[in-house]
Design a protein around this ligand. Structure first.
Ligand code: AMP
Ligand code: MG
Length: 476
């Protein structure tokens, strides 16, 4: 029996959806991480994955039986400007597997060499972004937030060049699919209505089997994105590069580039070094999601039955559902973070007042909520008087809750530890010096974010002034 039982539905779509492409071999692949828990969940044998044959497959040095490697075509709005042709420039879809629970997943190699979509790029990745995506995506999964996953990371033995020479690496990414808003835009830009219709059917079959038609799919995507962005907001996550090619139809977080969890809170916090105008700032994420979904809605218009102006009205009506859905999810998340199970008229004002104070004082996002779960976060605030007034109002509100339940809810929704940027950077520096232990330790500790071992709380600590990493880079 084949070691990986592939069933490649995307490869059965017409050839203009992709370019068949095999990986460029690498000289000396070596595993740096294998996610055995994820492998088991996918029905893959971790021992085989760690064998020479498995490593060859994960490195792209051999095509495993049943795989149909291809580079997916897509377009995208990047920082608002449209690129009609992007596509997998440094990644290949190896194929799809059906997990024992019946769910279908893409296996993708990221950093596997040039494709027709590489433009000026080398098609490679260096160890830093591979480690960052591994840590971030697995931490996100442990927080219960929809995300692509990391099955394996390996070094390639190849030196690649960015600012200077760096070790090459490949990530094996797992996703419900890699279909993006930009995949629809690619065909819309070519007025390829047949392709759009086929892609809708494909997305519905894979992600939203309970719905039908362009509008049904659009509605489901709007719901999934409203949930996703509300989940990000609840943990202080900034994606950093919410281009339409980085927004997955499945509603999973995808493409961990210049992303970060906020330390000192600010609504306008931006990390990406190239995001000069705060387009992808923390508080702007819901607006950008709407903007991206509007691009999806436009691409779907030809697939909506009836005259064009009624199609536009119908799509607009669905797009307008984002805000109430997002708001409901966001409010639910933040209520839980404050231990509120019931709904009171003043709850939202209470939440907003806290966030405004945190913004004003630069309170650490994660530590503030975790300290509140333990009763008091005064240490996080400089305007103690305003904080104490807020705290008193919160205590008055909590008096209507079951105290034990409220505490349990807060401990289960406010992580004690998130992947802090300075810790990720330190793990990358250590790896460059030959020590993978900080990377492995970080992954281990981040797997239980709500109840870490007290011995690991050094990794939870907010950065000291000299440890703050001011900006993150798209550095691929
Ligand atoms: P990103 O913003 O990182 O999602 O990438 C945007 C586009 O650039 C995608 O089409 C990528 O495949 C492509 N790209 C990024 N880095 C590289 C690279 N090193 N080589 C080739 N293509 C790349
Ligand atoms: Mg991308």
């Amino acid at each position: 029996m084949d070691p990986i039982r592939f069933d490649n539905s995307y490869a059965r779509l017409p050839p203009r959806f992709y370019t068949r492409q095999i990986a460029t071999p690498v000289p000396a692949p070596a595993l740096i991480a294998l996610n055995t828990g994820l492998a088991a969940g996918l029905g893959l044998d971790p021992d085989w994955l760690a064998s020479d044959a498995g490593i060859s497959a994960l490195a792209g040095n051999a095509v495993p039986p049943g795989a149909a490697p291809l580079a997916q075509a897509y377009a995208g709005h990047q920082f608002g400007g449209f690129s009609p042709q992007l596509g997998d420039g440094r990644a290949l879809l190896l194929g799809e597997v059906i997990a024992p629970d019946g769910r279908r997943f893409d296996l993708q190699l990221k950093g596997s060499g040039p494709t027709p979509y590489s433009r000026m790029g080398d098609g490679r990745a260096w160890i830093g972004p591979v480690m960052r995506e591994y840590i971030m995506s697995e931490a996100m999964a442990a927080l219960g937030i929809p995300t692509t996953r990391a099955l394996a990371a390996l070094t390639t033995g190849e030196t690649i060049y960015r600012e200077g020479p760096l070790p090459g690496a490949i990530l094996t990414r797992v996703a419900a699919s890699h279909i993006r808003v930009g995949t629809f835009e690619y065909f819309a830009a070519r007025q390829d209505n047949d392709a759009i219709a086929q892609l809708i059917d494909h997305v519905i079959a894979r992600h939203f089997p309970d719905t039908s038609g362009a509008l049904g799919m659009f509605d489901a995507v709007v719901t999934a994105q409203a949930r996703l962005i509300a989940a990000w907001m609840g943990v202080g996550f900034v994606h950093g590069v919410m281009n339409t090619d980085n927004m997955a139809l499945s509603g999973e977080t995808i493409d961990y580039g210049p992303c970060a969890f906020i330390d000192g809170f600010a609504f306008g916090r931006v990390f990406s070094s190239i995001d000069q105008h705060g387009r992808y700032a923390y508080a702007n994420q819901p607006r950008i999601a709407i903007w991206n979904l509007a691009q999806l809605g436009s691409a779907l218009i030809p697939a909506i039955p009836g005259p064009q102006d009624t199609a536009i009205d119908s799509a607009t009506e669905i797009l307008n559902r984002f805000t109430p859905r997002f708001t409901a999810e966001r409010d639910r998340n933040f209520r839980a973070k404050l231990g509120l199970t019931g709904e009171d008229d003043g709850d939202i004002a209470l939440i907003d007042r806290l966030l405004a104070l945190m913004d004003q004082d630069g309170a650490d996002f994660t530590d503030t909520f975790r300290a509140l779960a333990d009763g008091d976060a005064a240490d996080q605030f400089t305007d103690r008087e305003a904080y104490h007034l807020w705290h008193q109002d919160w205590q008055n509100r909590l008096a209507h809750e079951d105290a034990a339940k409220a505490t349990a809810l807060m401990r289960a929704t406010n992580p004690a530890i998130i992947p802090r940027t300075h810790r990720i950077e330190a793990a990358i520096e250590a790896a460059l010096a030959g020590d993978m232990n900080p990377f492995h330790r970080l992954n281990r500790v981040l797997a239980t974010p709500f109840a870490p071992d007290p011995a690991d709380l050094d990794l939870a600590r907010a950065p000291l002034a000299q440890e703050i990493v001011p900006a993150t880079f798209c550095g691929t």
